[in-house]
Design a protein around this ligand. Structure first.
Ligand code: PMP
Length: 441
């Protein structure tokens, strides 16, 4: 238990709302679809987060992905402190940035050149600009329910907070920007082939989540990513594999690496990384072959820049995290995900709640109801057809029992290598009560 002075969470939220739109600096943090006050957190350690009122929760958000090793891993914190003592930001190149780029390339060899940025949004935005710059074409294909950050061109039918808030799109995006984005149903190669048959010469890139986890976890059907590779290559468009969420989380070489091991062989033109690559600090990256990446300034004509890009403190966090993320870490995270996903299914079965638990490596999420999608949720329309209202009761029962779940049914649950048997046991013990709450919702 925390020994820090405690505060009233509700008072903190009221104060926040008077100073910050909605009281939060990113919409997914608000309890928009589950109701109630978001917990204001004071600190985190290992598998736990602690709110300002001093309550401890087993954390299944893990900062929405970055905390692969658990919160505040001592070696990562020490590396950050050491870097901070040597200067917070130089605006000049450092050797550690090179080491991080080399570590990314070691894990994903097709990322021959890596440009570091600060957020996943910047990574996908840059990848799109690069694709347009390289091909000289205007259009981008994305998939409904996939989220790639808050880039104008990529918000149409986006997952994550856009799905949680049931927004069709967003105000502030011009019709011209929206018209340059073609949104297709996920897991539907025929739709992709038709779009390319009609407008292939105009399409700069297809961007896809390596394994989508922003409409709940909806893995690609066997052959889908390789099929995208084939179609884009036939038409001279680039394939951008967005591994911001999956990269270095589901395995040492991300979802792409897992698929290579599973025998689905393909290589995208560009990768985007974020989250784990910064280990909890703002680092993201674009990677790809030298021939494409050389189009970025200062080598080439596609401009991209950042005062804080490759920030030395953030890079220390990311580099240390990746160096510690060995096979044993991935095995522990996989085992934790297997334990929890089985326990969720068992609890919901026992309570008679129709559901599906879907998994992609160590990522998983629960869909409620879904008799109609007995074969599994394959796309956004099916994900939206679930009995999402059941999650509200489920979420609050878990929260009351000391488990911090993502406050939206459309988000993945995240575990870390610090989720030991004791922490997992607390989640497992909380599940039957939450399942009963979902049953009567
Ligand atoms: N791509 C994917 C697949 C994501 O999940 C996210 C964030 N959840 C982003 C891009 C955007 O990253 P950021 O929030 O760091 O801008």
């Amino acid at each position: 238990m925390s020994t820090a002075p405690t505060l009233d969470n509700h008072a903190a939220f009221l104060r926040a709302q008077a100073a910050i739109p909605g009281g939060v600096n990113s919409p997914v943090r608000a309890y928009g679809s589950v109701g109630g006050d978001p917990r204001f957190l004071a600190r985190a350690a290992g598998p736990f987060v602690y709110d300002v009122a001093g309550r401890e929760y087993v954390d299944l958000v893990c900062s929405w992905g970055p905390a692969l090793l658990g919160h505040a891993h001592p070696q990562v914190v020490a590396a950050v402190q050491d870097a901070a003592a040597r200067g917070l930001s130089f605006g000049a190149p450092t050797v550690a940035e090179v080491e991080l780029a080399e570590e990314i390339r070691r894990r994903v060899p097709a990322a021959e050149r890596v440009r570091l940025v600060s957020t996943g949004t910047e990574a996908t935005m840059t990848a799109i600009r690069l694709a347009r710059g390289v091909t000289g074409r205007p259009l981008v294909v994305k998939f409904a329910g996939n989220y790639h950050g808050h880039v104008d061109a990529l918000l149409a039918e986006a997952g994550s907070g856009v799905a949680t808030l049931a927004m069709p799109g967003t105000a502030g995006v011009t019709a011209a920007a929206a018209a340059e984005t073609l949104v297709l149903p996920y897991n539907d190669l025929d739709a992709v082939a038709s779009a390319f048959a009609e407008r292939g010469a105009q399409i700069a890139a297809v961007i896809v989540e390596a394994s989508p986890a922003n409409m709940g976890v909806v893995p690609p059907q066997q052959g889908f990513n390789a099929g995208l590779r084939r179609i884009t290559r036939e038409h001279g468009a680039l394939l951008i594999l967005d591994e911001v969420l999956t990269g270095f989380r589901v395995g040492p070489s991300g979802w792409w690496g897992l698929q290579q091991v599973a025998g689905e062989s393909y290589t995208p033109d560009l990768f985007t990384f974020g989250k784990v690559v910064g280990g909890g600090m703002p680092v993201a990256a674009i990677g790809g072959p030298a021939a494409i990446m050389s189009h970025l300034a200062p080598e080439g004509p596609v401009y991209q820049a950042g005062t804080l890009s490759g920030n030395p403190v953030a890079v220390a966090s990311g580099l240390t995290t990746l160096r510690l993320a060995d096979d044993a870490v991935y095995a522990r995270v996989d085992a934790a995900a297997a334990t929890l996903s089985a326990a969720v299914a068992e609890a919901l079965d026992a309570a008679g709640v129709e559901h599906r638990v879907q998994r992609a490596g160590s990522l998983f999420s629960v869909f409620f109801g879904l008799g109609a999608a007995a074969e599994g949720v394959r796309d956004y329309a099916q994900a939206q057809a679930q009995e999402a209202f059941r999650y509200k009761a489920f979420f609050h029962a878990m929260l009351d029992a000391g488990v911090n779940l993502p406050p939206s049914v459309f988000e993945a649950w995240f575990v870390s290598a610090a989720h030991d048997d004791a922490a997992l046991g607390r989640v497992v013990d909380a599940l039957p009560g939450a399942a009963r709450a979902a049953a009567t919702a």
